[in-house]
Ligand binder design. Structure first.
Ligand SMILES: C[S@@+](CC[C@H](N)C(=O)[O-])C[C@H]1O[C@@H](n2cnc3c(N)ncnc32)[C@H](O)[C@@H]1O
Length: 268
């Protein structure tokens, strides 16, 4: 079963798109996303590429990992897709030097269809890092990705797994706040089953821990920008500051207990 932290609404009770899907502090994320960029480089090393490929970066954020993808591709093109306009603005700035090799698409992955990508569909590969756990319906997500991927094309991705940030979730609970977050931390078994149901083959799904120390001086901003982004969306500034300080105190050692879900598959 998918893990939904106690005190959080279940995915079925949520609208298909996470609340606050378009609200990201992109400049802060860009500054604080060294861990995701490091993981992204590792995930990228698993992506087979051929000259002239078109790759969809599903949830490109500010483009730090997309930039590495473009450098590795040496000639192919990338569709940089994200649902947050703020993230796409940063991505456009960072990736400007690649000119026409990048197409930017402002879209929700849960609404993705071949028409969303225009003449870029079908793509040769789908690549995604640190994004799928923000998408609350993985059946629909994988179905949509399969529709835009050519037969035989690769899906290579990583996101949070069942059990991700359990220690941080405990720290939130210790503050007495039960305000909704919005993640889907899926298990390898559920993910494999969903991929098969969407027509993927050659499936490999596994988890690995990534305990990540955060600079104590940046911890509250990191939590506000990344892990607890949706928790604080509706809080006023004073409430937000008090909450983040309480969570940081409760966490103690400034280490986030990330557990990553790795996905490698091909469209049948
Ligand atoms: C943590 S960031 C990861 C960005 C980048 N891939 C990286 O590794 O740094 C997650 C990104 O997923 C995007 N995102 C979340 N849900 C989405 C959805 N349903 N459709 C499209 N993008 C989504 C967010 O806007 C955000 O830019």
């Amino acid at each position: 079963m998918d893990r939904v932290p106690a005190g959080e609404p279940t995915p079925v009770a949520q609208p298909a798109s996470a609340p606050g899907i378009r609200h990201w502090d992109a400049p802060s994320y860009d500054r604080l996303s060294d861990p995701m960029t490091r993981w992204g480089a590792e995930v990228l090393s698993r992506l087979p590429l051929s000259p002239g490929d078109t790759v969809l970066d599903a949830g490109c954020g500010t483009g730090r990992v997309t930039e590495m993808l473009l450098e590795k591709m040496a000639g192919g093109t990338v569709v940089a897709l994200d649902a947050a306009a703020s993230m796409l603005t940063e991505a456009r700035r960072r990736l400007a030097r690649f000119g026409g090799r990048v197409t930017y698409v402002d879209a929700d992955l849960l609404d993705l269809a071949p028409a969303t990508l225009g003449s870029s569909a079908p793509v040769d590969a789908v690549f995604s890092t640190a994004t799928f756990h923000w998408v609350l319906d993985h059946d629909r997500l994988f179905h949509n990705l399969a529709r835009v991927l050519r037969p035989g094309g690769h899906l290579v991705a990583q996101c949070g797994a069942e059990g991700n940030i359990a220690r941080l979730i405990e720290a939130v609970r210790a503050t007495g706040v039960e305000r909704a977050g919005a993640w889907l931390y899926a298990s390898p078994d559920d993910t494999r089953r969903r991929l098969e149901a969407s027509g993927f083959t050659d499936i490999d799904v596994w988890t690995h821990p990534e305990p990540t120390p955060i600079d104590p001086a940046e911890l509250e901003t990191y939590l506000e920008t990344v892990c607890l982004r949706t928790h604080v969306l509706a809080m006023d500034p004073d409430e937000r500051r008090a909450f983040l300080t309480a969570v940081a105190d409760s966490l103690g050692e400034p280490v986030i207990d990330y557990l990553r879900l790795n996905i490698v598959a091909r469209r049948g």
